[in-house]
Design a protein around this ligand. Structure first.
Ligand code: SF4
Ligand code: SF4
Length: 213
């Protein structure tokens, strides 16, 4: 019947409108900002920088490789690389961003920076209450505003964060196993060298005893 869909839609709306006075299940809206709905897991708006542990500065995963800066289509990332290094999550000395800014008035939330980052250091946030009356400076987020904990990442994108955690743990295990094997090989080598030196000293001593005055 012509218009059947419209009538069905209007009936549903009327049912929800009347029902919302007697049942909360019929409410299709919430009273924002007092009430908030949790964003769905695939929500994304602007990027943030992930840090591990308690210290946002020491735990920042970003090694300042600047790939995201080069690949960002509207060029809204600005990075200054450090001159010194700090240990990363496996203890390897790495550069870090002395400065890392994102101009979110330009960012188009494409997520390319996330896709190209080889260090799982930049991810998309779900925070949307970012409005400001400062049109320019207020929308440039520096590394202190961008740094958010891995716990935050686990809370907003649990599936992706679990995959990343598992991958990083596996890499860490491999690096530790390699370091352990190298340490054991070095210890075995120095023990063999010490034994060879001892044997040389012993044979030199018995040769000296065998020489007649
Ligand atoms: S989401 Fe896209 S536009 Fe925004 S900083 Fe990343 S690469 Fe640039
Ligand atoms: S966020 Fe990732 S891609 Fe960008 S500079 Fe840091 S480590 Fe490199």
């Amino acid at each position: 019947m012509l218009g059947e869909g419209i009538l069905k839609g209007l009936a549903e709306t009327a049912k929800n409108f009347a029902g919302s006075f007697v049942s909360e299940d019929r409410l299709t809206t919430v009273e924002y900002p007092e009430q908030r709905l949790l964003p769905i897991e695939n929500t994304r708006d602007f990027p943030f920088l992930v840090y591990d542990g308690e210290d946002p500065e020491a735990g920042l995963r970003c090694v300042s490789c600047q790939i995201c800066e080069k690949e960002c289509p509207p060029k809204c990332i600005y990075i200054v690389k450090s001159t010194d290094k700090k240990p990363d999550y496996v203890g390897k000395p790495q550069f870090y961003p002395a400065r890392f800014d994102i101009d979110i008035s330009v960012c188009m939330s494409c997520q390319i920076c996330v896709e190209v980052c080889p260090f799982e250091a930049i991810k998309m946030d779900t925070e949307f209450e970012l409005s400001t009356d400062d049109r320019f400076g207020g929308l440039i987020l520096d590394k202190h505003k961008l740094a958010k904990s891995n716990e935050h990442f686990q809370r907003i994108h649990p599936t992706e964060a679990a995959e990343v955690d598992a991958r990083l743990a596996e890499e860490k295990e491999k690096v530790e196993a390699k370091a352990k094997a190298a340490a054991e090989a070095a210890a075995a080598k120095s023990a063999a060298e010490a034994a060879a030196r001892k044997a040389d000293a012993g044979s030199a001593g018995s040769n000296a005893e065998g020489v007649k005055p």
